[in-house]
Design a protein around this ligand. Sequence first.
Ligand code: F6P
Length: 489
Amino acid sequence: MPSSATVLNDLFAQEPGRVERWSVEAGGIWFDWSKTHVTESLLGDGVARLERADFDDWRQRLVRGAIVNETEGRAAEHLAERGTGATESVALARALRGRMHGLVEAVNAGLLGEIRHIIHVGIGGSGLGPKLLVDALGRDGVRYAVWVVSNVDGCALKEAFAHCDPHHSLLVVASKTFTTIETMLNAASVLEWMEEAGVDDPHGRVVAVTADPDKALEWGVDETRVLPFTETVGGRYSLWSSIGFPVALALGWDAFEQLLDGAAAMDQHFIAADPARNAPVIAALIDRYYVEQAACQTRAVFAYDERLRFLPAYLQQLEMESNGKSVDHAGRPLMVPSAPITWGGVGTDAQHAVFQLLHQGRVMVPVEFLAVIEPGHDLDENHHLQLLSNCLAQASALMTGRVSDDPARAYAGNRPSVTILLDRLDPATLGALIAFYEHRTFVNAVLIGNNPFDQFGVEWGKQLARQIGDGGTGGMDASTVALAKRIGL
Ligand code: F6P
């Protein structure tokens, strides 16, 4: 099985200050890497590799708004949404945010009717961010109930319809390209649902969030209700832009601003901190160690907090769509493995399902534990005590292992984990956490040598789906032809 020759328990014995050395506080978040195989030598090699990969230059390019997405000839300007970047990009982001703020106030003032429900239709980066944020931060009450609908399966939309009143719903169509089939079909079906219910002027209840405003106008959205964002903000990096519209509606404008402020704090840390104390840099160097030297093909994220249940799905898109590539910037085959598979769930549920393999399976999976010190509820404090005790216990058990005469009851140990501890789950801290993951993904990309900002790997399947949907399986493989025939396509 993939393993590491270094023994974690030995590292603790050899380095008395190990916990302090390999813990960092940034953006109000505590990161503890002491239970990974990180050493000064691993860090030193990693920093030298960053130099060879021109990391400082790449980071500067990202921060300045220069082209980093070479296959599409674009900058990646999600930092500009948080106030860092080319002056004109920061000014544009601010202006577009001002426009969004105006529309939030118009909805709050009832100018679009008496709105109680928001149906946010968007997929991938146009849906996962709002879904995570509203679920994580909106549990103590929201101004509007938000339903994020992504799947083209009508069952997803039916579920939203069952909870929303067509006469009091606002449809937000979120699509960077405004061409994504799932989103456009779902949006059309929401309009039909409103029409069938006798809503006066359903089109007057639509807000479009897009980087292609002309397409939204063509689709029939009034110019006053189009919230543009810039082409240089990628889908999986877009929750800071007008894609966050339902978040600002549900949680309030101040919360949305705090989210951006928290991300900005993490941006400053990423830009200024020495590599030896830089959270995204350390995390990425350790990521690479496990993929490249310990041959780990996956990494797991377990949030010991129900409010973060959608974080693993969010990270799957961020990390796998960004760094699941085979070629470098110049189109040459990569010399190192691409991103590992990100997967995960919530604790303690996952303990009763998948942790068996993590403790005793013949694969090594670097685990990331997330926990929040302040509980998100006011029930018996034993709930939180149990939750956090289990989180710490799992990490400790994975590392220390246990000797037993009975092989079935023995734990090999030496299984690494990171613990990420938040004091509380508020907009600023969550903003910082998400920005940390963005930067870590970027550092990984520089080390791998790939472009983290394109996603051509998803295009071919879309094209074939269109072909099959149009009844054309001609020229396709025999299995697909037979299945299509059986289904009646
Ligand atoms: O198919 C992948 C993808 O392009 C993602 O990168 C993106 O977040 C998602 O689809 C949705 O795209 P859009 O916002 O253009 O509808």
